[in-house]
Design a protein around this ligand. Structure first.
Ligand code: T5A
Length: 217
């Protein structure tokens, strides 16, 4: 019995959390068993690392240090939570995964592609997503949404960066999708929530049919 891994990617405030909740609701109604999780975090070891990274405590040590911390967190998350869930036939919905590291650390941090490939390989140990939804929105619009939701709290380690950096990340996500069109689907995230949810549900239903993943009842 084998489940699926579906990851959600995109810039700040693109609507990943909103769309994961909607897809989870859709799949539960069809009788599927789910695990909804996020990165950085999702397992106790990875949640401990999440605080170190998002507080900015590791920023002074450079992008390679941050990339290794993300990879360490991912390795624990895959071992402790994602792989066991998939092996028991569940569908895992994960808010951010390998593509966030490729973009935020690899591209924005200007790190050696071989270094990035090596740490990705160690972190996931063969567990690639079956489907990656890339929610695409202009950086200024996504940041405005994230800022409105955050209210008066301070922006985190990555949200505080310049619009140009965020826009370059958007282009990097689109480049990954162009390179891996089978795995990655780009979704226009500027539209109303329900229209986006319906499109993601249809893509997921197609994949479940194609892979013959059946609901448990
Ligand atoms: N990171 C992460 C790395 O650098 N490398 C890595 O390897 C990984 C895994 C994580 C940070 O870590 C970085 C990337 C990130 O900077 P986080 O706190 O977990 O940070 O936050 P994010 O993943 O960035 O998620 P956000 O909280 O910014 O946004 P979401 O989840 O994309 O958006 P969501 O759903 O919360 O929506 C934001 C607001 O917009 C509204 C929602 O109601 C909400 O208020 N909204 C819409 N409004 C209008 N129309 C729509 N279609 C809407 N959809 C949502």
């Amino acid at each position: 019995m084998s489940g699926l891994l579906i990851t959600f990617e995109g810039g700040e405030g693109a609507g990943k959390s909103t769309q994961i909740l909607a897809l989870a609701d859709h799949l539960r109604k069809l009788g599927y068993q789910l695990v909804v999780t996020r990165e950085p975090g999702g397992s106790s070891g990875a949640e401990a690392v999440r605080h170190v990274i998002l507080s900015g405590a590791a920023e002074a040590y450079g992008p390679a240090m941050e990339a290794l911390l993300f990879a360490a967190a991912r390795s624990d998350h895959v071992d402790q939570k994602i792989r066991p869930a998939i092996q028991s036939g569940k569908i895992v919905l994960c808010d951010r995964f390998i593509d966030s590291s490729r973009v935020y650390q690899g591209i924005s941090g200007n790190l050696d592609p071989h270094f990035m490939q090596n740490i990705e390989r160690i972190a996931i140990d063969g567990l690639m997503p079956d489907l990656t939804i890339i929610l695409d929105i202009p950086a200024d619009k996504g940041l405005a949404r994230a800022g409105a939701r955050r209210g008066t709290d301070v922006a985190d380690r990555f949200e505080k960066e310049t619009i140009a950096t965020h826009e370059a990340r958007r282009q990097a996500f689109l480049a990954i999708a162009a390179h891996e069109p089978q795995r990655c689907k780009i979704i226009n995230a500027e539209r109303p929530v329900e229209i986006i949810s319906a499109e993601i549900a249809a893509l997921t239903d197609d994949l479940l049919r194609e892979r013959e993943v059946h609901a448990h009842g």
